[in-house]
Design a protein around this ligand. Sequence first.
Ligand code: HEM
Length: 203
Amino acid sequence: MKISTNALLLIKSLIHLASLCTFLYLWYLIDQDLLGADPVKDMIHFLGKTGLNYLLLTLTITPLAKRFRQPLLMRTRRLLGLYCFFWTCLHLTTFLWLELNWEFSLFIDEVIKRPYLSLGAVTWVILLLLSITSITALKKKMKKAWFTLHRFVYLAVLLATIHYYWAVKSGLTEPIIYFIICLLLLSTRRSYFKSLLLSFKKR
Ligand code: HEM
């Protein structure tokens, strides 16, 4: 049975609701002083992890829609992707504001000095470009270039999981699990990577 446009609307409403609840939950943790000894670090971690979860969820949609023959499900990808960008913007803002006190020169120094931050910054720029070009009018204008650009989401998810792995100082189990999920999701796109490799070989 194919999902209807009403069911799609329900799924999109649930995505909004889940995002609102996540935001309110973080607000509650801050308000009630329930974060750990270093609340700023905990906020950065919470927001980074939520952004990564949304990115992985976005990449789960295509294989799911293909497997269960649900083309309408593909229409949730933009919403999930934009929420991913929203969370990573909050992640970056918290770091810039509460950790660096808006010292942009220090931020640039840190991004250059620390490779895990460089990876986070490249990931964020990719997500920024994907979010800006998610506007339908731009998609139509860009034609084939749009599809090429949006393939960069594969690089973004790989860099984001490495950024996570590198950022964590202890307890590597969770980042490794995230990395495996990332590789599994990328493996569902192996025919694309094969054709990309072939086109490079032909040059
Ligand atoms: C300019 C962009 C970014 C900056 C400056 C940045 C900065 C940081 C910092 C400072 C940490 C904490 C490291 C520590 O504990 O000392 C962190 C962790 C993390 N970041 Fe980012 N980040 C950026 C982009 C991203 C993006 C785009 C994603 C995901 C799509 C992401 C996901 C994460 C995750 C999952 C963690 C680890 C959370 C945990 O330990 O539970 N970051 N980042």
